[in-house]
Design a protein around this ligand. Sequence first.
Ligand code: ATP
Length: 355
Amino acid sequence: MAEIVIRNLRKEFGEFVAVEGSDFTIRDGEFFMLLGPSGCGKTTTLRMIAGLELPTSGQILLDGQDVAQMPASARDIAFVFQMFALYPHMNVRRNISYPLISQGMRRSDVRQRVGEVSRILGIEDILDRPVGALSSGDRQRVALGRAIVREPKAFLMDEPLGALDAEFREHMAEELRALHDRMGATTVYVTHDQLEAMQMGDKIAVMNHGVVEQWGTPQEIYDDPATMFVADFIGSPPMNFLHFDGPLEPHANSVALAEAAVAIPRLEQQTQARKFALGVRPEHIRLEDDSSYRGQVIATEYLGTTQIVTLDTPNGDVKARVPSDQPARIGDMTGLAFNTKTLSLFDAETGSSLI
Ligand code: ATP
């Protein structure tokens, strides 16, 4: 098992900077997610950790040793390319033992290791069945078995569930996470799906245009987004931004938005920012008639216990997640109340959090 420390990692392809100044630490045994939109540099980062791509500069410390410029073969890290590709003509045992046999491991050791892995996955009783005859769930378990049968220092996975349909994907996500909890192997997992990252990860690094904008636990990232990009990327529907112009005095505790005084998080420091965005998560908005900040209901979306109400406000459209039994009809005017403790405040020009 391994700790992986990334320091000031950079990758250029010619003129193009794919990864810039990345810094984060993956603790021993963590399930670590690299999350971001297409083209933000996730795969390039993962390939550098694997040794499939050499960094332009920076360090990759694997248990304290800088492996950044070492070949993949010297790293003992398993890159799970296509977790679900199996040899259909072979039986389960052959499929799982294949990576060990091709490494030249002794037969008796192979047998023992395959036994251990099949116990972890609960597939001991299908070891002699041909893979082609299995249900899709068992087939995925076998594929997992083949991925984990070697005992590398860490596993790297690039959108391993990307090809699966939604229902099965969720099931496999749970299974992968449960497997990780039993084995405790350091895992780095690339995804563009924020929900998958939130559900599975111990930690998440959110990337945008080659830069890690924030990394931390799902809760840290959700509750205290470091940038407007992170705030917008995580959460569904995403955080609302109410824009207003400054300046803001230190210790100011409210701003006038369309003649309503709206409480804001208190700024302890002086700021040079002139344009601001108040960040409000949909679930932290209450619809209360006596609030002086008002909007008109323009859409409702029923989601069972909650509903998403879209309101036209002086600051543009705002989405609120409220209980479904709260009356909200299109055309209604209502007040919006915000839970001050949960608000975020950003410099709208740089996108950085001010609190
Ligand atoms: P996706 O989810 O679409 O794979 P990603 O976040 O994994 O996105 P990368 O594959 O790391 O992104 O690519 C980051 C950027 O680097 C992209 O703009 C891509 O076109 C570019 N890039 C990646 N590999 C190379 C290469 N070998 N040569 C030139 N540019 C590359």
